[in-house]
Design a protein around this ligand. Structure first.
Ligand SMILES: Nc1ncnc2c1ncn2[C@@H]1O[C@H](COP(=O)(O)OP(=O)(O)OP(=O)(O)O)[C@@H](O)[C@H]1O
Ligand SMILES: [Mg+2]
Length: 284
């Protein structure tokens, strides 16, 4: 099971859109996909017409129980969406409280990973949508992940505060003694504007290895898809922005196969094993 986290501490950069659309492509390719909403705002849940306030149980309860959850309890919370291959673990506003109260709880960074490990046989790909904040929820997502996707809106100041997020990623990598594959994705690109061109250039300088060479253009069809609650690839597959996500999905898939090749030659790209996770439990 692959676990991909979509995160950026900045708000409104296309995280939820990226997670849902990549999930849509993966499901279309025949994968069993679980979308995990870790944002108390519940944008991903709302995308599919689910009101987080009205739910009795959500991702928050699973995290709250700290490792004492069963597969059945998780599956009771997970909802099948009306699109083949797509399921959702919805969020609830109480994630906010959890973010505040759990930050000093020892070992709390591991909880989501433990929850997801019970679903190894149920899903091929998990996509986690993070809140726009650097906190224990993002750390939980990073610890559980094999890959981090960072949407960056192509505008001035888009990299402000980015160094702090990098530090968090580095801390998790160091504690787990692993490398989380990282892909930076320029979003909402309008190539006609100077600011946009300049940002994409500086992204290229900043992330020569991790930057996806393509970009997601501004496309109102992506917004329309979210209004209608349909993954964009099933709504308007020919739209430019949607096609760009298709190209990104194929790029990510290819990158996995080439990493597997490197892996078999002896280098470790995969996520950490149990021993290093135990070390992480000691560290937080
Ligand atoms: N490429 C795009 N072109 C046009 N509109 C877009 C594009 N990507 C996302 N949007 C729209 O921009 C808004 C913000 O996108 P989204 O909710 O995905 O960002 P986010 O990073 O998840 O935000 P938040 O930090 O609040 O969770 C939404 O209305 C979405 O439909
Ligand atoms: Mg969002």
């Amino acid at each position: 099971m692959q676990v991909w986290t979509v995160a950026n501490q900045k708000g409104g950069v296309g995280k939820t859109t990226s997670a849902v659309t990549l999930g849509g492509y993966a499901a279309q390719a025949g994968k069993r996909v679980l979308l995990v909403d870790l944002d108390a705002q519940g944008s991903m849940s709302s995308y599919f017409g689910i009101k987080p306030q009205s739910l009795k149980q959500s991702s928050a309860e699973l995290l709250h129980h700290e490792g004492q959850v069963s597969r059945q309890m998780i599956m009771d919370i997970v909802m099948e969406l009306p699109y083949e291959g797509l399921s959702l673990m919805p969020s609830s506003p109480s994630l906010i409280t959890l973010e505040r109260t759990a930050q000093h709880r020892r070992g709390f960074g591991l909880v989501l990973g433990q929850v997801l490990s019970l679903l190894e046989e149920d899903f091929d790909l998990v996509l986690i949508d993070c809140p726009p904040a650097l906190g224990v929820l993002m750390i939980n997502a990073l610890v559980a992940s094999t890959r981090l996707i960072i949407p960056v809106q192509a505008e001035f100041l888009s990299l402000q505060g980015f160094a702090r997020m990098q530090q968090t990623v580095d801390m998790v990598q160091h504690s787990l003694d692993t490398v989380i594959d990282r892909v930076v994705v320029p979003t909402m690109v309008d190539r006609r504007t100077q600011a946009c061109q300049q940002t994409v250039r500086s992204l290229r300088n900043e992330f020569p290895v991790d930057l996806w060479p393509g970009h997601i253009p501004i496309d109102t069809k992506l917004r329309d898809a979210s209004r209608l609650g349909v993954p964009a690839n099933l709504f308007q597959p020919a739209a430019k922005g949607v096609q760009a996500y298709g190209a990104l999905y194929r790029f990510l898939e290819q990158r996995i196969s080439s990493q597997r090749r490197v892996d078999s030659e002896g280098e470790t790209f995969a996520n950490s094993d149990k021993a290093t996770k135990a070390y992480w439990a000691e560290a937080v």
